[in-house]
Design a protein around this ligand. Structure first.
Ligand code: EPZ
Length: 420
């Protein structure tokens, strides 16, 4: 398993380009199953999760080609319900259920199960499928949804932590081919859900209200092929912005969409960053001393849970007491113990982490545990004195395209140690 060796203390300087959004491209790739015609998706990041989704589509019978950031998919004929053990390996692929149900009126996948950040239930996905008339059966570790007909209806998809991103995506993709009108209340408003709706409408779907808590889908008979350019990855952009502030650098982030990260930019300014809009992105640097902030993660347009760990890394460097409360996932503090190994002073009180920041960090070997926790450790390593080795960076390769190459381009002293 590869690891990163990071020599800290070098401010990041220069320009970095943001790749396409992982959490937009995965459901958009799944949506190509809804038509037998060819689809072209551009600005696709070269990530292990994306390559895996391509494998799943191929396995289902679609023709898939990936070349220089462009994915072409044609799902002429796809398997009926089958044994999709692959879903267990990447829970994001649960979003193949909606299109399979929409197109074939049957879908079966292995239950995705939990991961390090939480139980990751799919009860709201299944509630939506049943509201469309599907029969859902869970047995022997698989979930199967079948329907004679899918009929549009009104449904509430909010759960204990608010809306569900992939649940909204999944139900949308089943509803586009249902008979009649579907209204989803408490729909997820994330930009990635809006991007999926844009792609589906380009395929001939009739979706209104995407990006608002009430989404309306008027079913159509069939969908046709379409081309689409994926939105830039807002969490990748946020990660580089936070890294620029943490290393006291000056970074221009090309392709960043400020309108997608208002909450993060608000907190970064509160923490002492200066953020200027450029013609095609953002310029980020410090604006005087760092200041502590309090953060609670919320569904969009609140502060995103996917940027929580990265902000915590910054707060460990900030003199004073910061409080970060995680309201989306039940155990998304795996990075705390690793940041503590670098000298951070963090206490966990229920859903909150209390960070007593300001002491300099010193490098040490640390273990990546999930995608965003790994990014936090890289940020902390770049700000720490001495050398930090981040192990198990396959986690980070799932969601950040060429992160070590991009950081080296900004002057970071980071190298990838490939385990044979
Ligand atoms: C998506 O996961 C993202 N993944 C996650 O990004 C992101 O953290 C999450 O949305 C929240 O923004 C992809 O898009 C591939 P949810 P998703 O359903 O859709 C509960 C990353 O780092 N819930 O919005 O699976 C759930 O337990 C990843 O890029 C139910 O209770 O998340 C959680 O507490 C990590 N029942 C909350 O809702 C359900 O049926 C939000 O989960 C579904 C979810």
């Amino acid at each position: 398993m590869d690891s990163f060796l990071i020599k800290g203390g070098t401010p990041l300087h220069g320009t970095v380009a943001v790749s396409g959004a992982k959490n937009a491209v995965l459901p958009i790739m799944a949506a190509t199953l809804l038509t037998s015609e060819p689809c072209v998706i551009r600005r696709v990041p070269n990530l292990s999760d994306v390559r895996f989704m391509a494998q799943i589509l191929t396995w289902l019978g679609a023709e898939v080609s990936m070349k220089e950031g462009t994915v072409r998919v044609q799902a002429r004929k796809i398997r009926g319900a089958g044994d999709y053990d692959l879903v267990r390996k990447m829970r994001g692929s649960i979003c193949i259920m909606g299109p399979l149900l929409g197109r074939l009126k049957k879908a079966m996948v292995s239950l995705p199960g939990g991961c390090v950040i939480g139980a990751r239930p799919i009860n709201l996905h299944l509630k939506g499928f049943e509201a469309l008339g599907a029969k859902v059966v869970i047995e022997a570790g698989y979930v199967q949804a079948t329907a004679k007909r899918l009929v549009g209806s009104a449904m509430f998809l909010g759960g204990r932590s608010g809306s569900t991103v992939l649940g909204t995506a999944n139900v949308m993709m089943a509803a586009v081919l249902a008979e009649g009108v579907t209204v989803i209340e408490s729909a997820a408003c994330e930009p990635e859900v809006v991007d999926l709706a844009t792609f589906l409408n380009a395929m001939g779907a009739r979706i209104t209200g995407a990006g608002s808590p009430t989404m309306t889908i008027t079913g159509v008979k069939e969908l046709h092929g379409a081309e689409h350019e994926v939105i830039p990855d807002r969490i990748e952009a946020a990660t580089y912005a936070i890294a620029a502030v943490a290393t006291n650098g000056d970074v221009t982030i090309r392709g960043a969409r400020p309108d997608h990260i208002h909450a993060i930019l608000d907190k970064l300014k509160g923490a002492g960053a200066r953020i200027d809009c450029t013609s095609d992105g953002l310029q980020v640097r410090r604006n005087g001393k760092l200041k502590p902030v309090d953060i609670t993660t919320l569904p969009y347009s609140g502060f995103p849970t996917d940027a929580q760990a990265q902000m915590m890394a910054l707060m460990t460097l900030t003199p004073g007491i910061s409080i970060i409360t995680e309201r989306i996932f039940e155990s998304r503090f795996m990075h705390v113990s690793e940041l503590t190994r670098l000298g951070a002073d963090i206490e966990i009180e229920g859903p909150s982490a209390i960070i007593k920041g300001g002491k300099p960090l010193s490098g040490a070997p640390v273990m990546a545990s999930d995608l965003r926790a790994s990014a936090a450790l890289v940020i902390a390593g770049m700000a720490a004195k001495g050398t930090t080795q981040v192990n198990r960076v396959y986690h980070i390769d799932r969601g950040y395209e060429n992160i070590d190459g991009k950081l080296r381009q900004l002057g970071a002293r980071i190298e990838r140690i490939e385990e044979s």
